[in-house]
Write a protein that binds this ligand. Structure first.
Ligand code: PNS
Length: 161
């Protein structure tokens, strides 16, 4: 079984991430969307909230949502995954992604990093910008699934009714 890990912060998941998981499902039997537990960051959504939000995006049993702490390569080993999936939106992502891919290869040579590109309309999208626009009461309906929009409105205290 070909298992790919799709790691990230997903704070929150966006349509760009959803698009990448759907592309991954065309190549791999199982995609494990893996939320990093990062004690050095104060996220908007807790790991449990982010995981529940991600789960609702994917009816397919071939998408599994999990969280991890520590090294990504250790998590990949534990899950029997041979592939890490990452998105490349624009050339600005490349340097950071290449560094991570090379470091992960040093740590676990059998693990391949595969880069996927999202639909062009999502090439400028990031969780950070979505959070900012939502916080400033902008329209984020084009950028995230409907239940994520609701969750963001609840967080920022502008839920309707
Ligand atoms: O969505 P993000 O924040 O860009 O995802 C970054 C992530 C989670 C892929 C990266 O920070 C990571 O893999 N962290 C785990 C710690 C680790 O393995 N570090 C060494 C890899 S270079």
């Amino acid at each position: 079984m070909a298992i790919a890990i799709f790691p990230g912060s997903f704070d929150p998941i966006t349509n760009g991430h959803v698009d990448l998981v759907e592309r991954g499902l065309k190549m791999f039997d199982k995609v494990i969307v893996s939320v990093l537990v990062n004690p050095n960051k104060t996220p908007l959504f807790t790991v449990a909230e982010r995981s529940a939000i991600i789960r609702r995006c994917f009816p397919s049993e071939r998408v599994v949502v999990d969280s991890f702490r520590g090294l990504l390569v250790d998590f990949a080993r534990e899950k029997g995954a041979k592939v890490i999936m990452r998105g490349l939106r624009a050339v600005t992502d490349f340097e950071y992604e290449l560094q991570m891919a090379m470091m992960n290869r040093e740590l676990f040579p059998e693990l391949e990093t595969v880069f996927l590109t999202p639909q062009t309309v999502y090439s400028y999208l990031s969780s950070k910008l979505v959070r900012e626009v939502a916080n400033l009461k902008g329209d984020i309906s084009k950028f995230v699934p409907p239940h994520v929009e609701v969750a963001l409105k609840e967080k920022f205290g502008n839920a309707s009714s």
